[in-house]
Design a protein around this ligand. Structure first.
Ligand SMILES: Nc1ncnc2c1ncn2[C@@H]1O[C@H](COP(=O)(O)OP(=O)(O)O)[C@@H](O)[C@H]1O
Ligand SMILES: O=C(OP(=O)(O)O)[C@H](O)COP(=O)(O)O
Length: 393
C-alpha cells in the first residue's frame, strides 16, 4: 500500500483519533463474535506502547443519526477493557465539551472509546462540521477500520482533511492480503454472496460478474433475484425496487459466461422467530404468508459441488438467518464446502465471519477478513474512500 502507516509517524504523547470497525454482532447486549475487536488490538497496543493517547471511534449498526441505546458501544468498552487488561473509558458522545474534557484528562497509554459516531446524522453525510469536531479532539488520525473503508463518512474520510492521516496495521494487512489473493486469482474463481444488505451489495455484483467464473447467491440477496424471475416470495425480505437490476444482472452473467447459482429450494417460516413453524419447499411453492429464511438441502448440495471445484473463493453474506439454529444449516453447509476447498478462500463481513467462527471452521479458511462490503468493493477494483483519504508515502 502506498499510504503512510502508524510506523511512519511519531505518536509519543500525541492524541490519536483511531477509527476502528467495532460493528460487532450483539444479542441481548452481548457480543457474539469479537473478531473485529481482536483485529484492532495490534494498532491499539502499538499506539499505547509508543506513549500515545488512544481515542477510539466506531459505528455500531445503523441507528440513522439518532441516539439509540440499543446501538451503544458500551458493551464493546467493557470487552475491550478485558482484552487489554486495563480500563477503557467510555465517552457519552463522540464530540462536544464533555468529550473534550475527557480527552484532556487522558494520560499517555490511556484508551478512550467514543460513543457510536452514527448517533450523529452528519457521520454518514460526511458532514464537514462533524469531521472538524472529531479532528478537534486529536493531533493525528489513524484509520484502521477496513470493514468501513468503502464508506466516505465524517470519521472515515472527512476527518483526514483536518489531521495528518495514516493507516493502522489492520488496514495495511487487509489491503495487502486482498491485493495478493485477488489481483490475479486462480480459476475457477467463485463469489458467494448472501446476507441482508441487498441494496448495498447488489450493485457490486455488476462488476463482480466481469471478474468471476461462478456467482453463488443465497440469503436475503437470493430472494430479490427469485422475485425478479417471477417467483412468489410471500413475506420474504425482497427489495422490490431492485427487480429490474436483478434481471439485468442475470442477463449480464449469461453474456459473460458466468455460471449464476440461485436457490432451487428454501426453508420457509411463518414468522421471523427462532421457534416458529418451518418447512422446506421448492421455490415455486412458497406460501403467501411465509418467508424464506435459509437455502434448502438441494440448493446446499448444488452450491457445495460448485464451491469445492473452485481455486479461489470469496464469500460475503450468510445463506440464511444463521443466528437462529433452524435457519443456520445452509450457511453451515456452505462454510463446510468453503473449508474443504483447496485453493484460496476468503470470508469477509461481520456476520459471515461470526457464522464461520460459530461453525468452528475459521482456521480452515485462507483469510478471515473484517470487511464484507469493503472486500467486495476492493475486489471490484474501486478506490476505497477510507484508504484514499490517507497520506501517500
Ligand atoms: N433470507 C434472509 N432473510 C432475512 N435476513 C437474512 C436472510 N439471510 C440472511 N439474513 C441476515 O443477513 C444478515 C447478514 O447480512 P450482511 O450484513 O449483509 O452480512 P455481513 O455482515 O457478513 O456482511 C444476518 O443477520 C442474517 O440473519
Ligand atoms: O459491517 C459492516 O459491513 P459488512 O456487513 O459488509 O461487513 C461494516 O461495519 C460497515 O457497516 P455499514 O454497511 O452499515 O456501513
Amino acid at each position: 500500500m502506498n499510504k503512510k502507516s502508524v510506523r511512519d509517524i511519531d505518536v509519543q504523547g500525541k492524541r490519536v483519533f483511531v477509527r476502528v470497525d467495532f460493528n460487532v454482532p450483539l444479542e441481548n447486549g452481548k457480543i457474539t463474535d469479537d473478531t473485529r475487536i481482536q483485529a484492532a488490538l495490534p494498532t491499539i497496543q502499538y499506539l499505547q506502547q509508543q506513549g500515545a493517547k488512544v481515542i477510539l471511534a466506531s459505528h455500531l449498526g445503523r441507528p440513522k443519526g439518532k441516539v439509540d441505546p440499543a446501538f451503544s458501544l458500551q458493551p464493546v468498552a467493557a470487552h475491550l477493557s478485558h482484552l487489554l487488561g486495563q480500563d477503557v473509558t467510555m465517552a457519552e458522545d463522540s464530540v462536544g465539551d464533555t468529550v473534550k474534557h475527557q480527552v484532556n484528562q487522558m494520560k499517555n497509554g490511556d484508551v478512550l472509546l467514543l460513543e457510536n459516531v452514527r448517533f450523529h446524522g452528519g457521520e454518514e453525510k460526511n458532514d464537514a462540521d462533524l469531521a472538524k469536531s472529531f479532528a478537534e479532539l486529536a493531533d493525528l488520525y489513524v484509520n484502521d477500520a477496513f470493514g468501513t473503508a468503502h464508506r466516505a463518512h465524517a470519521s472515515t474520510a472527512g476527518i483526514a482533511e483536518y489531521l495528518p492521516a495514516v493507516a493502522g496495521f489492520l488496514m495495511e494487512k487487509e489491503i495487502s492480503i486482498m491485493g495478493n489473493a485477488l489481483s490475479d486469482p486462480e480459476r475457477p474463481f467463485t463469489a458467494i454472496i448472501g446476507g441482508a444488505k441487498v441494496s448495498d451489495k447488489i450493485t457490486v455484483l455488476e462488476n463482480l460478474i466481469e471478474k468471476v467464473d461462478q456467482l453463488i447467491i443465497g440469503g436475503g440477496m437470493a430472494n430479490t433475484f427469485l422475485a425478479a424471475q417471477g417467483y412468489q416470495l410471500g413475506k420474504s425480505l425482497v427489495e422490490a425496487d431492485k427487480l429490474d437490476l436483478a434481471n439485468t444482472l442475470i442477463e449480464k452473467a449469461r453474456a459473460n459466461n458466468v455460471i449464476l447459482f440461485l436457490p432451487e429450494d428454501v426453508v420457509v417460516a411463518k414468522e421471523f422467530k427462532a421457534d416458529t413453524e418451518h418447512k422446506i419447499v421448492d421455490i415455486d411453492q412458497i406460501p403467501d404468508d411465509w418467508m424464506a429464511l435459509d437455502i434448502g438441502p438441494k440448493t446446499s448440495e448444488t452450491y457445495r459441488l460448485a464451491i469445492v471445484r473452485s481455486q479461489t473463493v470469496i464469500w460475503n453474506g450468510p445463506m440464511g438467518v444463521f443466528e437462529m439454529d433452524a435457519f443456520a444449516k445452509g450457511t453451515n453447509e456452505v462454510a463446510q464446502a468453503v473449508a474443504e476447498t483447496e485453493g484460496v478462500t476468503i470470508v469477509g463481513g461481520g456476520d459471515s465471519v461470526a457464522a464461520v467462527e460459530k461453525s468452528g471452521l475459521a482456521d480452515k479458511m485462507t483469510h478471515i477478513s473484517t470487511g464484507g462490503g469493503a472486500s467486495l468493493e476492493f475486489l471490484e477494483g474501486k478506490a476505497l474512500p477510507g484508504v484514499e483519504a490517507l497520506q501517500d508515502k
